[in-house]
Design a protein around this ligand. Structure first.
Ligand code: NIG
Ligand code: FE
Length: 412
């Protein structure tokens, strides 16, 4: 099956296969071709170029993209999209003056979601989760990282990851899964944190590995959750099963989690709303990519990750949604890209790089997606007729997507 897209006003994010991420000043550039065509064979990008060089390809399907932009679909490298129920009541509680921390301290927050999920069957969890998956696909997401962490019992953590695996199998998305058993301390383990860590390490982890349910391991390294010492224990245990770290750090407090992640070769360190110079220094020269989650900052009214400091220090930066019921009930990468420009002072080029090629890196998918590169998966966004790509983040909150192609097929 050959699909030919013609008359593309501008084809964005054209990269050589050797480019796996962009850092610092390079993020200011978004290589593109004007008046372009693109050829898809089955689910792979096989050719592209300027219309004047259009080959005499026999296409089974032709799409005229006159006036429209084509770019790689968003790579959302940090989500908790598999969850049960919602936390609308806590949203109202926060409006009425309670803080995120106060809500968590009285048994709400992650523990609230865990209780709901434990009482939800695997089929029902799948049913609820795929409503969100279908929604983010329509919003242009083509690669999705999915975490566990709302189970907090062996059975419920495995249930979450099995649902994530079912999503991977049944949808044309690229999916990576992350085991986040150390997301919060269940109330049964109050004052017995080491016993819970034992359960995560000696019971959950071997079972997750045996069923091949996870690519990565995550810990919520934060005051009141898991310390540096706890985090290190979990990361070392994960290493025994070849699980690479991707960790939650510096959401509310900066106390060395970034350097710890770098020390353990984390693929990414995520959140970073609080960041100090030592954190930036530790990231320099490492293979660990920082990931910012501006929708979380927006929803919780907490600081935005200081993107300028990171990028101006020559570092790469990725953007993701953090889609979850507590801190970010939104999986809209278009909103993330806009908010990064508006609130974090990233240029449209930087934000689009952060949400595509750098997002792919942050989930270990550099070879599969994140750019217009021959041989990569044909996961694409075709925009409506827009004046330029800068219009996408500029006209925030509007839907600029005409259609989405995943694995070579237009999704309905
Ligand atoms: O990334 N920070 C830790 N975990 C999630 C939110 C947890 C929740 O409130 O349910 C996050 O923001
Ligand atoms: Fe998160």
């Amino acid at each position: 099956m050959t699909t030919l897209i013609t008359n593309i006003k501008e084809l964005l994010q054209i990269r050589d296969a050797s480019v796996n991420k962009v850092s610092g000043k390079e993020m200011k550039h978004l290589p593109s071709l004007k008046n372009a065509f693109l050829v898809i064979e089955n689910d792979v990008i096989t050719d592209f170029g300027e219309m004047k060089d259009l080959p005499n390809t026999k296409a089974d399907k032709q799409i005229n993209a006159k006036g429209k932009m084509v770019l790689p679909s968003w790579c959302d490298s940090h989500t908790h999209i598999v969850y049960a129920g919602n936390r609308e009541q806590e949203f109202v509680d926060r409006i009425n003056g309670l803080s995120y921390e106060e809500i968590a301290n009285r048994g709400g927050g992650i523990l609230n979601s865990a209780k709901t999920l434990q009482n939800t069957s695997e089929d029902e969890l799948y049913k609820q989760s795929i409503i969100r998956v279908k929604e983010v696909m329509k919003l242009g997401t083509g690669a999705l990282e999915i975490k566990s962490g709302y189970g907090l019992t062996t059975e419920a953590e495995l249930k979450m990851l099995r649902v994530a695996k079912r999503i991977e199998k049944n949808f044309p998305l690229l999916v990576k899964t992350t085991f986040l058993g150390a997301h919060a301390l269940p109330s049964e383990f109050k004052n017995k944190k080491n016993e819970y860590l034992d359960l995560v390490i000696n019971d959950m982890l071997p079972k997750v590995a045996k069923e091949n349910l996870a690519d990565y391991i995550d810990v919520f390294c934060e005051k009141g959750y898991f310390s540096l010492e706890d985090t290190e224990r979990i990361l070392k245990a994960g290493k025994q099963y070849n699980l690479i770290p991707k960790i939650h750090v510096n959401q509310f407090n900066a106390f060395g989690g970034v350097a710890l992640g770098v020390k353990h070769n984390a693929l990414s360190v995520d959140h970073l709303e609080e960041l100090n110079t030592a954190d930036i220094t530790s990231l320099k020269g490492s293979n660990t990519i920082p990931v910012a989650l501006p929708s979380c900052s927006y929803f919780l009214s907490i600081p935005y990750t200081p993107a300028r400091q990171l990028i101006d220090a020559g570092l790469p930066l990725a953007l993701a949604t953090d889609y979850n019921p507590g801190s970010t009930p939104s999986g809209n990468m278009n909103f993330v890209v806009s908010t990064a420009c508006i609130k974090m002072k990233m240029t449209p080029e930087e934000a689009i790089n952060a949400a595509t090629i750098n997002g792919a890196y942050a989930m270990g998918l550099s070879n599969e997606c994140g750019s217009i590169t021959k041989g990569k998966k044909a996961n694409l966004i075709i925009t409506k007729e827009v004046p330029s790509y800068g219009f996408l983040p500029y006209a925030f909150g509007n839907n600029h997507i005409d259609s989405v192609i995943l694995a070579g097929k237009v999704i309905s």
